[in-house]
Write a protein that binds this ligand. Sequence first.
Ligand code: URA
Length: 408
Amino acid sequence: MNIVDIINKKREKEELTREEIAYAFNSYLDGSIKDYQMSALLMAICINGMTDRETFDLVDIFIKSGDILDLSMIPGVKVDKHSTGGIGDKITLIIGPIVSSCGVIVPKMSGRGLGYTGGTIDKLESIKGFKTSLTEEEFIQELKDIGFAVTSQTSNLCPLDKVIYALRDVTGTTASIPLIAASIMSKKIAGGADKILIDIKCGNGAMMKTMDEALKLKNIMEKVGKFYNRETICEITDMNIPLGSNIGNALEVIEAIDVLKGKRGKLTDLALKISAEMIKISKNITYDMALQEASTALQSGKAYQKFLDFVKCQGGDINSLQVSDIKQEIKANKAGTVKNINALNIGKLSCHLGAGRINKEDKIDYGVGVVLNKIIDDKVEIGDTLFTLYKNKTEPIELIIDDYYEIN
Ligand code: URA
């Protein structure tokens, strides 16, 4: 087989056979196909898509590139959650402790940042000492002891996704329904959970920009889940404005802690909603009963204690979180009400400050990012601080406020 023929075929919108897909992707993993060739194929897939049959084959090839975790020795229902990624999405750090403190096991296999959105693993690495790469034994032990564990892909779990994910991040090939479905569903199935909840973000700060695209992704992911006999629920949630107020790695962990300590707002509401869905499918109870359990876990402080136990178990020092002390406040140049905050542009800005990667080798600066001082519907006077940049350079950043905030 010849990789150039396969790229040409996809460029011409033809359907690839399973053998061609397996050849291209497995040869990339073993190094015989180069970054530039795989980048071209990914771009062709991004532009021309894949049929359901090709997508099912891709999921299967990803799964078979590594091991499948057996969690059956852990008593109880195991439910995994995954987000397609959004600006300021720190929900995993909130729902993991809530759901596990309600007695449901949450095994979480997470990724690094993708596109402008930060990944859970990068966020957790802003906690000094936090070990994000667990062995299978460590992962299972923590699930038994704490009920919640987060690891980057264990050494041999979907290794193909690991390398493709890193390449997609820096080649503009993240926003593709078949590539997202294969990436997420392969990890979820190989990760061994019984049930899966996917939070599909939709809006200008998400990979799925329209409801039509989000519904297509939901459809294929639910079909894949069913095929592998894992109950899969996809929720479509808004990503036109950033989620919460903090964007950036340490900043997002700090905000997650604030929510676990009782801060209310839209972020808390969404975390409770997703937690309730996870508890509902795991315990076979009504949504209202599940929501009550989740709210009690949060209000009683049980979920926060669970978070502390989880961080300690993975070697992290919760007191080590640090944000940059070089700040720049962006002030309003007109009065009115905040009508919109552009999630995509805030995400790009945060990435530009150093919170995300442009090249595969880039090192993240955990202490930088953006804090939104004004949120939707807030009243604003001229000179009020709209948002604050946490930077690692003192030179002021020039920006056009209207690109970020709509005030009327
Ligand atoms: N999360 C993943 O793990 N993969 C994607 O492609 C998108 C979000």
